[in-house]
Design a binder for this molecule. Structure first.
Ligand code: GLU
Length: 521
């Protein structure tokens, strides 16, 4: 008995831009399939378009895949038994293979000029036919071809498409028939000597022993041409699976026009890699009709090509936010602290100019405290100084902080004097002369406090409301807007505690000045 064939799949991006979300989905499905089946995931760079390919894109694509955690088993940086894994380094191979096709009479040189080709196209269009190469170089005598090659006449190498039909079998869509007439004598090698995508992809897929070609359905029309090349070169045919396209909100193919479209952009916005991977997995695949949350391990366990649909998948930013939030919610406090710290630093929310010396870590439980203390050993002094306070802030924020991406906006008021302000909340809560009096009194009492902890602060605020014969809310709401710029925040006494005496009194004073400065009604 022979051992079962190892599953080998590949992701084959062209380095002509950032990693688009559609391509990332293709990479993910290949990766999941390989991991599910105990197979190999191969990364191949298709850089035959020398004009559009750039080193920057190459690096950006690798970087995005690494960030997503889609590690490859063979490919750039790590090599492998079937390398090189960059097409520009495989030229000789394509030339050898095309030579075989010419010798077998399955490919031929074509010397038609761009002008002649243009004429053919307009001719066909005039006659109401699809534009097509008319085959005029198909049967040039051998010595004539040789003579022209010797004269260095520009030429391409075309595939000699036989008459008949080609059937593509797709794992997702079933059998799809194509009429060879539609396929044309397409080009294998361009006049600059470079292979076309269709030719290089087939040669590489065969030489790299790819068993399953999983890619976007925008390549479906290429597949019959590729199948013909496999047959002509006696390569074993892989299985094909074409993934449904991803649509933007207006039902057209997702692109830059719809906003963020690359993995890098989503990363910059602050999505979690596991949130994005989970969301991408749901673009075209579903485990059942309800489960949305998947860890990476679960995706690997549950993924199958059988459950990939044919219908286009709609990109839904709200669902992405929701799933991203579910992943954020599942993180431990310390995992959140680490991520939020980096994010705040990237957004210049640090360094904090606040005096944090009053900070104790008493509000954390034993495990959290141990974790903070352990991490305080770091050499990064900002990290060391901010860590306890940040841990408590995140704990106090609780589920109000739904996504990592919202951290800079939502937490800025703890660290900086410039933070986003909701002007409607100002109008609603900070426009009344009595409020100014209450806040002034509160600032005065807080200033006098010797113990500045949450319960003392609460006692003072509630006591003040009682003395003044007003509800506690009449102090709490304006105080919240004055300190945070927002009408929602965690428990205000914790916020006051976290801000510290000086900042609290200073912001209350600024709110009083704001009210006093308003034009009289
Ligand atoms: N280089 C092609 C692309 O980026 C790969 C298509 C394929 O997977 O065959 O679209």
């Amino acid at each position: 008995m022979t051992a079962p064939q190892q599953i080998r799949v590949r992701f084959a991006p062209s380095p002509t831009g950032y990693l688009h979300i559609g391509s990332a989905r293709t990479a993910l499905f290949n990766w999941l399939y390989a991991r599910r089946m105990g197979g190999a995931f191969i990364l191949r760079i298709e850089d035959t378009d020398a004009v559009r390919s750039t080193e920057t894109s190459y690096e950006a694509i690798l970087d995005a895949l690494q960030w997503l955690g889609l590690d490859w088993d063979e490919g750039p940086l790590i090599g492998g038994p079937y390398g090189p894994y960059v097409q520009s380094a495989r030229q000789v191979l394509y030339h050898n293979e095309v030579q075989k096709l010419i010798e077998r009479g399955k490919a031929y040189r074509c010397f038609c000029t761009p002008g002649e080709l243009q004429e053919m196209r307009s001719d066909a269009t005039e006659r109401g036919l699809p534009p097509r190469y008319d085959g005029r170089c198909r049967n040039l005598p051998g010595d004539e071809v040789e003579r022209r090659v010797m004269q260095k006449a520009a030429n391409v190498i075309r595939f000699r498409m036989p008459a008949g039909k080609t059937r593509v079998y797709d794992l997702i869509r079933g059998a799809i028939p194509f009429d060879n007439v539609e396929l044309d004598d397409f080009v294998l090698i361009k006049s600059d000597g470079k292979p076309t995508y269709n030719f290089a992809a087939v040669v590489d897929d065969a030489k790299m022993k790819i068993t399953h070609v999983i890619r976007g359905d925008d390549h479906l029309s290429n597949t019959p041409k590729q199948v013909m090349i496999y047959k002509a070169l006696d390569y074993p045919l892989p299985k094909f699976a074409h993934l449904p396209m991803i649509l933007g909100s207006d039902k057209t193919r997702l692109s830059k026009r719809h906003g963020a479209a690359s993995v890098q952009e989503f990363r910059r916005i602050g999505y979690l890699r596991d949130g994005l991977v989970n969301y991408l997995a749901l673009l075209g695949w579903a485990f059942d009709d309800k489960t949305e949350f998947f860890t990476r391990e679960n995706l690997i366990k549950k993924f199958s090509l059988k459950r990939v649909g044919k219908n286009p998948a709609a990109f839904d930013p709200d669902k992405l936010n929701h799933i991203d939030g579910e992943h954020f919610k599942k993180l431990s406090l310390m995992e959140k602290v680490v991520l939020v710290f980096d994010r705040l630093q990237e957004h210049d929310v640090f360094p904090s100019d606040f005096n944090v010396s009053e900070w104790s870590i008493a509000e954390l439980n034993d495990r959290e405290r141990a974790s903070v203390i352990e991490r305080k050993e770091t050499n990064n002094s900002h990290y060391r100084d901010e860590l306890p306070r940040l841990a408590i802030i995140i704990k106090v924020m609780g589920n109000r902080l739904k996504n990592l991406k919202d951290a800079p906006n939502m937490l800025a008021y703890y660290f900086k004097d410039e933070y986003p302000v909701d002007h409607r909340a100002y109008e609603e809560h900070l426009s009344n002369a009595n409020t100014a009096e209450h806040l002034k009194a509160l600032a005065g009492e807080l200033w006098e406090l010797e113990t500045f902890d949450r319960s003392t602060i609460e006692k003072v605020a509630r006591g003040l409301a009682e003395k003044r014969g007003i509800s506690a809310a009449a102090i709490i709401h304006p105080c919240r807007v004055a300190l945070t710029g927002k009408s929602v925040s965690p428990d205000i006494f914790s916020v006051i505690h976290l801000l510290g005496k000086e900042k609290t009194v200073q912001r209350l004073g600024a709110a009083v000045d704001h009210i006093v400065g308003l034009p009289k009604k």
